[in-house]
Write a protein that binds this ligand. Structure first.
Ligand SMILES: NC(=O)c1ccc[n+]([C@@H]2O[C@H](COP(=O)([O-])OP(=O)(O)OC[C@H]3O[C@@H](n4cnc5c(N)ncnc54)[C@H](O)[C@@H]3O)[C@@H](O)[C@H]2O)c1
Length: 382
């Protein structure tokens, strides 16, 4: 595939996010939606009806995804299905030779996400997880200011909102931790410049909650830099709501940086601020899913020696590990070590894997953390 070839995209999942992705892809010169898959035939047909140009093929069964890819000549699959379907969609797309950009989370479970990392290696295709809230110039500025403070020791996010979604979120055991917390956890890794070591989490469901599972949590992570990152959050808190990005505080020896999640981060202190760091913060990259899409397309066209983009599945898995570790800690009432969780997830993935080549690859990894972080160095072909 050369930089000038048209990207032919099958979009799986034509719900809320799928429709946004279809609009984003349709507005991209050099990319075209050629197929739409959704178990809800009306949703798939309605989404196809919004597209101009040559006919778009529509499918309604995940078992037919490989045929849809073959019939449309697609080289990219965009996965905006519900989390429970992410592994099947991405694994099928990889076997059919497609690169994948998928909505967060990478998969419903860490074990499934590790299977997809090994699948990306075996089939030599890029898999990028769209962690859309990390594509934000304010987040880049927060990271740059944080880096200027002489070593961060404290990170905190407060998140209090009261959305009524209906649908799958109101039926999950841990809607806040599984569906929302991955955004700030992923951002915390980036702005602290550190990886998670362990977590202690309490989750709970306030008496007035309209969710079946726990809609609130307090989680404290130890990071490998020595920093502590604390997440205080509720998805059923009316009044004085924070922004969707939450309210952030990073603190180092040189002072504090605050971010309300909506406006420019504010630095309070007398740090020896490197002007180049501020300039790096003033990113001109697009925000949200458009930023993820741009990063994906650039990575597909990049030479094989180029470092993979942030969000590639090996890098993103540690954000999902933070989610699963927090849930595991909340269930057990005990701290959880991320490395133990990663190794147990690999055992689970090996037990569940149905693709022999992927199982062999997974079995050949060294320590999971080392493999995930080491695998980030160069790009796969798309
Ligand atoms: N980046 C963000 O800010 C953000 C925001 C919301 C949702 N999301 C993520 O996007 C994904 C989709 O969320 P949504 O809000 O669009 O949900 P949604 O319920 O609106 O849409 C999901 C669609 O997937 C379809 N679907 C379910 N199972 C399927 C299967 N096996 N095969 C094909 N289609 C299937 C459903 O019929 C539905 O149309 C989730 O992973 C969610 O976590 C991300």
């Amino acid at each position: 595939m050369t930089a000038t070839s048209e990207r032919r995209v099958v979009v799986a999942g034509a719900g809320n996010m799928g429709r946004k992705w279809i609009d984003t892809i349709a507005a991209t010169p050099g990319a075209r939606v050629v197929g739409i898959l959704d178990v809800d035939a009306a949703a798939a047909a309605a989404a196809a009806g919004t597209l101009e140009g040559p006919g778009v093929l529509v499918g309604t069964d995940i078992a037919g995804l490989a045929d849809l890819i073959a019939a449309t000549g697609a080289d990219v699959v965009m996965d905006a299905t519900i989390p429970a379907a992410h592994h099947a969609v991405t694994a099928t797309a990889l076997r059919a030779g497609c690169a994948v950009i998928g909505e967060k989370p990478a998969a419903q479970t860490l074990a499934q996400a590790l299977s997809l990392c090994a699948g990306a290696e075996v089939y030599d295709r890029l898999v990028l997880v769209s962690q859309s809230r990390r594509y934000n110039p304010h987040v880049d500025a927060l990271a740059a200011h944080g880096a200027s403070l002489g070593g961060l020791g404290i990170g905190q996010t407060d998140f209090y909102r009261a959305p009524h979604f209906g649908g799958f979120r109101e039926e999950m055991d841990h809607p806040l931790l599984l569906d929302m917390a991955i955004h700030p956890f992923d951002t915390a890794r980036y702005v602290l410049g550190a990886e998670p070591v362990s977590v202690y989490c309490r989750s709970f469901n306030p008496p007035w909650s309209w969710y079946r599972g726990d809609a609130a949590a307090v989680a404290t992570f130890e990071m490998d830099s020595g920093a502590q990152y604390t997440y205080n959050a509720s998805w059923c808190s009316d009044g004085a709501e924070t922004s969707w990005n939450g309210a952030w505080r990073l603190n180092g020896a040189g002072g504090t940086v605050l971010w309300d999640g909506e406006s420019e981060p504010v630095l309070d202190g007398a740090p020896d601020l490197d002007p180049r760091a501020s300039a790096a913060g003033a990113s001109r990259a697009r925000s949200g899913i458009a930023g993820a899409w741009d990063a994906f397309l650039s990575a597909l066209d990049a030479p094989a020696t180029t470092p993979r983009p942030r969000g590639h599945i090996h890098e993103n898995v540690l954000s999902l590990a933070m989610v699963e570790a927090a849930i595991s800690s909340a269930r057990a009432g005990l701290p959880v070590a991320i490395d133990d969780l990663l190794e147990r997830a690999r055992e689970r993935a090996l037990a569940d894997e149905t693709d022999p080549a992927v199982r062999e690859r997974l079995a050949g990894w060294g320590a999971v953390r080392d493999h995930l972080l080491g695998a980030g160095r160069t790009a796969a072909v798309g």
